[in-house]
Ligand binder design. Structure first.
Ligand code: GTR
Length: 333
């Protein structure tokens, strides 16, 4: 048998790319780098603090190799765009709301369904149990890696026109919603006119009466300044979509197995760190809104609100996987 004869040039042509690849692998896992994290909330918001906490932990555990640089207040763009950039690998980490990432990850959209959870405790039980874990593990086919859930409480409707005490009072109000078909459908089902706007445009839209109101949790309502223009807050608690921290596939693939554990672990710890801060801010925000004259409507009949969203379930349940997930969530005691 004749063995092929390689010239020196042939050999270096074959070996050079292999060596380059090996060097790149050693380089990325040993040298480390800065990871860019996006958050649409303001500098001191609990999710932003949690990302910083995670960053400190990652730096410490990686022996100073990796850093997380947190871009808060939509410095990297509005949420919808940052999610797209994360999917493309241009942003490494993104703390986003369930309703927004739900445009890509079907199970996250389920978590944003109206009146799905009986209480925050019910939601927490689902997220902390096997279903939560399965959902976090379902991100990869859509281009993300789910790392941890963060608190977001319940979302309620607020407006500047009148106190909403019954479903009839919502009729005709122009309410801003997140850029999500599900959120638009929900508000439409309740009889209002949904207006999809990025978070960063809501304050101006309220102050110029382009919209009558919006819907959000207590901390967002207050820290964004919306409460100054929309003095009627009704505790509809119609959605409890949690926040979630995702990593881009590209960044994830650049990590060694050991570093992946460091990131995952730090993300989970950061969500625990945030939990207490969240509870405090929720109470504090509600107190502040009340003290500054916001009318809070708590006595109203939720039943007609829930009944009005039945069509959303009919539509979603056409997908058997979604129907099954909804049923499993409802059964969690
Ligand atoms: C907040 C959430 C943000 C953003 C915002 C919104 O509760 O933390 O990520 O989604 O709602 O309404 O746009």
């Amino acid at each position: 048998m004749q063995l092929p004869v390689y010239s020196r040039a042939d050999l270096s042509r074959t070996i050079a790319p292999v060596v380059a690849l090996l060097l790149a692998a050693v380089w990325t896992s040993a040298v480390g780098r800065e990871f860019r994290a996006a958050d649409s909330q303001n500098e001191d918001y609990p999710t932003v603090q949690a990302l910083r906490y995670m960053g400190r932990m990652v730096t410490e555990r990686s022996g100073g190799r990796h850093q997380i640089r947190v871009f808060h207040s939509r410095q990297l763009g509005e949420e919808k765009e940052t999610i797209e950039q994360t999917r493309a690998g241009a942003i490494d980490l993104n703390r986003t709301n369930g309703a927004l990432i739900g445009n890509f990850v079907p199970a996250m959209n389920v978590l944003a369904m109206p009146f799905l959870f009986r209480s925050i405790e019910h939601l927490q039980k689902v997220l902390d149990g096997p279903i939560g874990n399965e959902i976090l593990n379902s991100f990869e086919p859509y281009g993300f890696v789910g790392l941890a859930f963060y608190d977001s409480g319940a979302r309620s409707i607020y407006n500047s026109v009148r106190p909403v005490r019954s479903i009839a009072d919502i009729r005709g109000l122009r309410l801003r919603v997140q850029q999500s078909e599900l959120m638009s459908d929900t508000i439409k089902a309740l009889g209002a006119e949904p207006i999809e706007l990025p978070y960063g445009q809501v304050l101006t839209a309220l102050s110029t009466a382009l919209i009558d109101g919006a819907e959000n949790n207590w901390p967002s309502f207050v820290t964004s300044g919306h409460y100054k223009y929309a003095g009627y807050y009704t505790l509809t608690e119609h959605a409890m979509s949690p926040e979630v921290l995702v990593m881009s596939q590209k960044a994830w693939e650049s990590l060694s197995a050991e570093d992946r554990t460091i990131f995952r672990d730090a993300a989970i710890r950061s969500s625990h760190f945030m939990h207490d801060k969240w509870k405090d801010l929720e109470q504090q925000s509600r107190r502040q809104a009340e003290a500054e004259g916001v009318t809070i409507v708590t006595d109203f009949d939720r039943k007609p609100f829930e009944a009005a969203t039945a069509g959303i379930y009919q539509k979603a349940q056409r997908d058997p996987a979604v129907a099954e997930l909804i049923e499993r969530i409802r059964k969690v005691e």
